[in-house]
Design a protein around this ligand. Structure first.
Ligand code: FRU
Length: 496
């Protein structure tokens, strides 16, 4: 036996050394960060043996993307996380170029199966290829299948890509068949999602295409998820290289395609398409079904364009989004922060029907760890423009400008502390409904997530603003009645 540590041993040893140096105070309160180093997509999000497991794209040795490992954390409430040792490292021929994104399925025999993309690096005579791999284990240690890769590009019909073939999401259907959706790039249809099926998780048959971009929604579709929700079928994808159109911004986006699914014919009929998040930092979301039947989604709270320029202030880089409960209302995918957040409320500050006009602060309302709902009562008010500032001091502010007349909101972090000339603003629809506009904000040190009108639209953004900037102010161009409920957030203290 060789004494050279394997890449997995090396990563786990490094994690143990680093863990003792890192304090919880340096992290967000409830957003998951990597144990150390770099993190991107959520992977293998599942509920297994009484806990949620979250794996993540991981490069422990630096705060920049590198050879991809799978980091691992567990939680009972999706807010307080405990790290487990690194789960996968690129250490076989099938994944020598990295263990890319994938999913996890609890098996009937009690084991947990991971499905991930193995990258085979370019050789002298071939380009890099991507193929799908399997590993099984007890929830901490995983053994890779000797048959990896279990799905290669050769199993696909002509026209699909072997370089853009990644991110398997696997589930077991009611007949015990393994089903997989996986991203690919078709030479004509561009971003596309393929369906494959298997009796044993190892031998897979290509079934067909679920849906594709057809040059409308990006060049390559990454990180699919596919599930039933409130009587509809939802396909989630993260497209690369989108053109700006309708409500979609250019670049890396997140898209939900809603429709019907005929399981017998494996046919998805798309009925509508919408962006999932309108913010600056949200990508590659994945969902899990909770034991009480909620469909919960977490995304990477970042973006491939902005992460390159983002400051590295900690020995870790990047965080996951707030976990969100998904539901459908009026044919639209909606999101709400998970209700478990209420366990972090450290009190309630309430102001009903305060009249806001010239810029004002409101007693007790400030902070960078806060769950705050602001309800604007537009009835009978001449107010056209309402401005909310958070993370504010004399030189910084995150500005949320609601144009009540146009039904549009501008999220603007231009004065949020960034030194980079990158996109800092987003425009999003925010209509007054039944006389009110509701804005719920979750602030967690270096991020803000804004849920408009009960999660009809969501804006997720990192904020590089110094933590000392914790002011919140309100202003309007004409008097308007505002109701505010705010809950400072803190660690959950368990009571018996
Ligand atoms: C999405 C993604 C995936 C890939 C992974 C690599 O953010 O590009 O498609 O598996 O990141 O880290």
């Amino acid at each position: 036996m060789s004494n050279i540590p394997t890449p997995l041993h090396r990563a786990r040893t490094y994690e143990r050394e680093q863990a003792v140096r890192l304090s919880a105070e340096e992290r967000p309160l409830f957003h998951l960060t990597p144990l150390v180093g770099w993190m991107n997509d959520p992977n293998g999000f599942c509920y297994y043996q009484g806990q949620y497991h979250m794996f993540y794209q991981y490069h422990p040795y630096s705060t920049y993307w590198g050879p991809m490992h799978w980091g691992h954390a567990v939680s009972r409430d999706l807010l307080q996380w405990t790290f487990l040792p690194c789960a996968l490292a690129p250490d076989t021929e099938a994944d020598a170029g990295g263990c890319f994104s994938g999913s996890a399925v609890p098996l009937p025999d009690g084991r947990l199966m991971l499905a991930y993309t193995g990258v085979q690096p370019a050789g002298t005579f071939r380009r890099e290829t991507q193929a799908q791999c399997i590993a099984t284990g007890d929830g901490t240690d995983f053994v890779k299948s000797t048959r990896n890769p279990v799905i290669t590009y050769n199993q696909l019909p002509d026209g699909f890509s072997e370089f853009d073939f990644r991110d398997p999401k696997v589930w077991l259907d009611s007949t015990g068949t393994y089903c997989m959706v996986v991203g690919n790039r078709h030479k004509d249809r561009q971003g596309t999602i393929l369906l494959l099926k298997s009796r044993d998780g190892l031998d897979w048959q290509y079934i067909g295409e679920i849906d594709s971009s057809c040059c409308e929604y990006g060049m390559m579709w990454e990180c699919p998820d596919f599930f039933k929700l409130d009587g509809k079928q939802v396909l989630i994808v993260s497209p690369q290289e989108m053109h700006a159109r309708e409500e979609f911004h250019a670049g890396y986006g997140t898209v939900a395609l809603l429709g019907d699914y005929d399981e017998a014919r494996c046919a998805f009929t798309r009925q509508s398409v919408q962006p999932i998040d309108f913010g600056l930092n949200f990508y590659a979301p994945q969902t899990v079904l909770s034991p009480d039947g909620r469909r919960i989604m977490i995304g990477w709270m970042d973006n491939w364009e902005t992460c390159k320029e983002a400051p590295r202030r900690h020995p870790w880089y990047a965080q996951m989004s707030m976990p969100r409960e998904l539901f459908i209302r009026d044919g639209r995918l909606m999101q709400r922060p998970i209700r478990e957040i209420e366990q972090m409320w450290k009190g309630t500050i309430r102001h009903d029907h305060v009249t806001v006009h010239t810029e004002t602060t409101i007693e007790g309302i400030s902070g960078r760890m806060l769950d705050m709902t602001v309800v604007l009562n537009a009835n009978g008010s001449a107010c056209r423009r309402f401005i909310l500032h958070v993370a504010k001091d004399s030189s910084h502010a995150i500005e949320i400008r609601a144009d009540l007349a146009r039904g549009e909101l501008v999220f603007d972090r231009s004065r949020g502390g960034s030194h980079r000339d990158i996109v800092h603003t987003r425009h999003v629809r925010a209509e007054v409904q039944n006389g009110v506009l509701t804005l719920r904000l979750l602030l967690d040190r270096e991020s803000v997530e804004l849920f408009i009108n009960d999660g009809e639209r969501v804006v997720t953004s990192l904020i590089p603003t110094p933590l000392s900037a914790d002011g919140i102010s309100f202003a309007a161009d004409a008097p308007i009645a505002v109701s505010i409920e705010a809950h400072p957030l803190g660690q959950i203290t368990k009571t018996c």
